[in-house]
Design a protein around this ligand. Sequence first.
Ligand code: 7TS
Length: 424
Amino acid sequence: MTRSTSTSAEPRSAAPAFDLDRIRADFPALRQEVHGRPLVYLDNAATSQKPQSVLDVIERYYEQDNANVHRGIHELSRRATVAYEEARKKVAAWIGASNPAQIVWTRGTTDAINLVAHAWGLDHLGEGDEILLTVLEHHSNIVPWQILAGRTGARLRYVELDEQGRLVLDDLETGLVNERTRLVTVSHVSNALGTVNPLPRIIEAAHAVGAIVLVDGAQGAVHTKVDVESLGADFYALSGHKMCGPTGIGALWGRRELLETMAPYQGGGEMIHVVDRDASSWAAVPHKFEAGTPNIVGAIGLGAAVDYLSGIGMEAVEAHERDLLAYALDRVGSVPGVRIFGPESQDERSAVVSFTLGDAHPHDISTILDTEGIAVRAGHHCAQLVMKHFDVSATARASFYLYNTKDEVDRLVEGLDEVRRIFA
Ligand code: 7TS
């Protein structure tokens, strides 16, 4: 993640100043009490809250424009189609893709990864080929490849982690990436630890042996400005619900030559050119990968989320989160008995604090915090290989977003003091 080193006194962009009170007021869900206390929502790596502008766009679509896309000549269908395709352009611009046709709508990151595993993997992998993953991955960037390996005879290999939860990349140069490697798949940012992976080095090593690279961007584009074209990966996957958009929508960006030569993922309406009795031909990219009635309102809602985040400016979001993370690492780290997982250098981490507290089980930590109105996630975070690496069954995880405050970090720390009292 590129970090801005400028201070808040220096103008960074034309975006308006970062006004935290105004931003919080945009999110209705933040204005509630939970168990009699003002909600402190620190489970943003799981999903983010939604601003009013996104909720309004969804409501307006159903009230006024609801129709199926790409099929009707009538006015409502025209409006729905225009809004749906405009949203695709917004997501493309958001991640630096010059061609919106390279954005395939999916249900989310998981669906995008499965799309690549099926539509690319089944045709390109065989016995003896290697898929390189990392121990840091979310299960959705492991299990699809295991299934694919089972079907094709390909072998899975892993980049290991060091004691700080960073990828051991020196292994890339000593044979882990080799002439048998066909695909390297890696997260931009770890959901379990917040580790920010050095993508350029990984992409360079993969491309040097002719392998393609998929980046799981579920926790990446959410927090930082991404430019897929200069990044140079072959696929980038993201989920709308983690970046202020609705659930059930996400996107896969892919290199055009790959998307064009890949087989369809699913068959059905809208993905065909001509259907005959025994065979059919396919619609152009990206529609070839979008069988059936899509999540129209999801796409439009994600477009509104992109508008919202663009209006604030990702540099400002990043600077705020960086400041908050420094404060949280310091405050949570000073609670007696706390062990924080992940890189020591803040430059190598994103807005996640994954921790344990003495002998308290993370589920108990989370339950006690919940009684104080504080939402954190406890468990393996769909990253059991990471837990195994650190020899723990679970951690508690506070994950931050643009609307979180230092006061909320203080509330978290007070909650942890309560956990300590109970377990003393
Ligand atoms: N990859 C990463 C790095 C993730 O963090 C997640 C979701 C996914 C893939 C899957 O995304 P989905 O939108 O398709 O479900 N991560 C989490 C989490 O940390 N807690 O709940 C979901």
